[in-house]
Design a protein around this ligand. Structure first.
Ligand SMILES: Nc1ncnc2c1ncn2[C@@H]1O[C@H](COP(=O)(O)OP(=O)(O)O)[C@@H](O)[C@H]1O
Ligand SMILES: O=C(O)C[C@@H](O)[C@H](O)C(=O)COP(=O)(O)O
Length: 336
């Protein structure tokens, strides 16, 4: 009996909901953003990166979001089309809202941060009228990005999508995706994050993101997992950056993995690749320990890449990466 049952009769495998944006990553690395002069433009936005990641892994991917009515909005929509991602439910902003822009600062391979330009951003203009019940009914799963809860009307749109998913037994994955720039007050975060977390089937987040959501720093991974499994979640994944990740299942499974050693180029992008590959394994019916390994492998590949979207790997690339790393370093995960 799989930990999560997906309805394999549905047209789409997965629909991420939230922002699609643009990343500008410096070509002149290892210096403060003030000094960077040359950038490479990539599709960005965690839920969009996950959409690309899962499409690269051969899944049938949709998307629910809103883009700007300009060249940047067309860039990201065209990029999705080239990747084979369904764009029928991507709305176009009508009131001059802009696409989110993320400028990256890569001070060193282990010190990087992002500067997000998100005033008047199109993705938070997603509204309830943009949410189609049939679209969600015909998907095995949706991923709700936490940042979509940061402001109205996107907040209500995301909650309506959640309602439709619960109504039609579409698996709900909550990617905490905490971006401080987008929230006005921590209390709001607590209300809306916990509302979604209590109704989801899987929660993905870094240790810090769970601490924010629980407003209770210092919890152990087991305490965090116990809390959210008790609400009805089936799987909790807690990411610890270069310290690896853990996963807990409602049947009592506990899984820990060290990351595959790589020369990191930036400290982010791993989470989106991780989510894509982990969910690919889950949809394939793999044991959670193998999903964890596959997600961790993809994540390590992305932190050693310049982009968080273009570099999303294919199945055989992740498999070969893991094979080579295990040959060199041995097992990264304790197998029963
Ligand atoms: N320096 C690194 N070397 C290898 N893998 C890494 C490194 N940093 C992150 N990862 C991988 O990426 C995953 C997600 O990274 P993390 O920073 O925890 O989440 P997010 O990218 O979502 O903020 C980690 O659990 C780990 O598997
Ligand atoms: O999430 C954003 O809007 C920026 C992303 O495009 C960026 O690549 C990033 O920060 C990835 O986040 P992570 O995978 O959660 O580290």
């Amino acid at each position: 009996m799989a930990v999560i049952e997906f309805d394999n009769t549905r047209r789409l495998d997965i629909i991420p909901l939230g922002r699609v944006a643009i990343d500008f990553n410096p070509v002149d690395l290892n210096k403060p953003l003030e000094e960077s002069t040359t950038f490479k433009k990539y599709l960005g936005g965690s839920p969009a990166n996950i959409a690309v990641g899962m499409a690269r892994l051969g899944k049938r991917v949709g998307f629910i979001g809103k883009v700007s009515d300009d060249q940047f909005g067309r860039f990201v929509t065209n990029y999705f089309k080239k990747e084979g991602i369904d764009t029928s439910n991507i709305a176009v902003a009508q009131n001059g809202e802009s696409l989110g822009l993320t400028f990256t600062e890569i001070l060193s391979p282990s010190e990087s941060s992002i500067l997000m330009y998100r005033n008047g951003v199109a993705d938070l203009a997603l509204a309830t009228e943009d949410i189609q019940e049939e679209y969600i009914k015909n998907a095995k799963a949706i991923i709700i990005s936490g940042t979509a809860l940061a402001a109205s009307p996107s907040r209500e749109a995301a909650l309506l999508a959640l309602e439709y998913a619960k109504r039609h037994k579409t698996v709900v994955i909550f990617d905490i995706d905490y971006r401080s720039y987008t929230w006005k007050a921590t209390e709001e975060l607590l209300v809306y994050y916990s509302m979604v977390a209590r109704s989801s089937d899987i929660i993905l987040g870094s240790r810090e993101e769970f601490d924010f959501m629980e407003s209770n720093p210092g919890s152990t991974d087991q305490q965090t997992a116990d809390r959210w499994l008790a609400c009805g979640n089936k799987i909790i994944v807690i990411k610890h950056g270069k310290a690896g990740s853990t996963a807990y299942s409602h049947d009592g499974g506990v899984y820990k993995i060290k990351p595959f050693p790589v020369q990191s180029l930036k400290s982010f992008g791993g989470g989106d690749a991780y989510a894509s590959a982990f969910l690919y394994g889950l949809m394939a019916g793999w044991p959670i320990v193998d999903c964890l390994e596959f997600g961790s492998g993809a994540a390590s590949m992305l932190v050693s890449s310049h982009s968080c979207s273009d570099a999303m790997p294919r199945v055989e690339e992740i498999q070969e990466f893991i094979r080579q790393k295990k040959a060199e370093f041995g097992e990264m995960v304790a197998r029963a």
